[in-house]
Design a protein. Structure first.
Lengths: 220, 220
DNA sequence: TGTACATCAGTGAACGCGCGTTCACTGATGTAC
DNA sequence: TGTACATCAGTGAACGCGCGTTCACTGATGTAC
């Protein structure tokens, strides 16, 4: 917004987008480590050599995709763990947001799930870094939540990581439901499952400081 | 054990093992969808064409690896969720078993984590199937546990899936600790984190049926 | 036990193909005056 | 506003290379008598 791009820059951005979009689509059926440069340029409708004007390699393009897929997610995270409403409302809102995000950006979600443990190190590290940032942000959000009042920062981060992982698990279940079949009951099943798992975690959270020693070390 | 293999069968098994082992090693640095047949046979020390005597494709080899990596894990699952000992002992035992398994079979663990959401459909489905079996077995084990007495089968399965996913998350954290650096404190950090997450889940589990409605629908 | 034949795991040459990368280029866009 | 020159995103030919797959083969192992 700071200044209008020249026609040259604008065209370059357009080609870059075409490359990213083509890659994302091709990655629905394979992993980044087998994605070919020529394959991407062919799908994007440019010459193979044009690729190098934008990325050094497909791994480099992968890192850009990670930032695109996860970078824009930070505002949503805050909403997801927002302290507004009672426990049950918050869970329903979080699950709904996850389902909605998967519906809106299925290819991004698939890409992250796939490359989080994928075969391309720089991409894996970019995912890990972004997820660590998420966990940090969730941890901060928990600090302002009465339910985790009095928790150590360590404990808050522990719970935050549990939430982030649970979010990813749920997202990839929604994704499977989305692509495997058009049966809406599968989606409903995932919603029910994720809701109850979050409920159970929420109960553990509310009782975390109970018992003689606190910090979860309560008697059975 | 039923009958001794002939020399021919024995040699064939040896070559098959060499192919599987070579593939597993090559997969430390890439995904199955980019693994080449010639690459595998070269590493295994056989001619490219020998591959076809054992597998139809690298995807087929991948499915065999899934069965090898997860098939042998079923007995361990039972021990992991065994009801023996108090809550804290059970958690320590489970985390210890996971850490030990990662130490003993790092390549298998990496393979499963990577291909669970990887780019090769038949392999992904084989992983999903095995994990569903695990969840089923854990659910059964929970049925015989006083802590989940009175739970519906649906609720038991919900918790079982949470445990299975948590097991995989923990395993891949141990794996990262194993390969990233030789710092033993990282391993300790993962142990602490996983232990506390299981504690929190355990607390949620013990209070699941509390409250007016039960089934986690208790008041805040 | 010895012989003749069948099986079949592994070989090696050959194939056509798509890959990543290099290079000199083109021509539209941008800039200086 | 017009002109001369610089920039640089995208092109297209060319390269050497490793890929998956086919095919007819070899020779050790297995089997029948």
């Amino acid at each position: 917004m700071s200044h209008t791009l020249g026609a040259r820059q604008a065209q370059k951005q357009k080609t870059r987008r075409a490359l990213l979009d083509a890659a994302l689509e091709l990655l629905e059926g394979q992993s980044l480590s087998s994605l070919g440069l020529r394959e991407v340029t062919r799908a994007a409708g440019v010459a193979p050599t044009a690729f190098y004007r934008h990325f050094r390699s497909t791994a480099d393009l992968g890192v850009a995709l990670v930032e695109e897929a996860l970078g824009s997610l930070h505002p949503m995270i805050r909403t997801t763990v927002s302290a507004a409403g009672d426990s049950e409302e918050r869970i329903a809102r979080a699950v709904g947001l996850i389902a909605g995000h998967v519906d809106a950006y299925p290819a991004h979600v698939r890409f992250i799930a796939r490359e989080r443990h994928g075969g391309v190190r720089p991409v894996r590290e970019a995912v890990r870094e972004q997820l660590a940032r998420f966990a940090g942000e969730v941890g901060e959000a928990l600090a302002g939540d009465p339910v985790s009042a009095g928790w150590s920062e360590d404990d808050r981060l522990m719970l935050a990581q549990l939430y982030v992982d649970q979010m990813l698990v749920t997202a990839s279940l929604f994704l499977e439901a989305l692509e495997a079949d058009a049966d809406p009951r599968e989606r409903e099943r995932v919603t029910r499952l994720a809701t109850r798992q979050l409920r159970l975690i929420g109960i553990g959270r509310r009782h975390w400081l109970d018992g003689p020693a606190g910090g979860g070390r309560s008697a059975p």
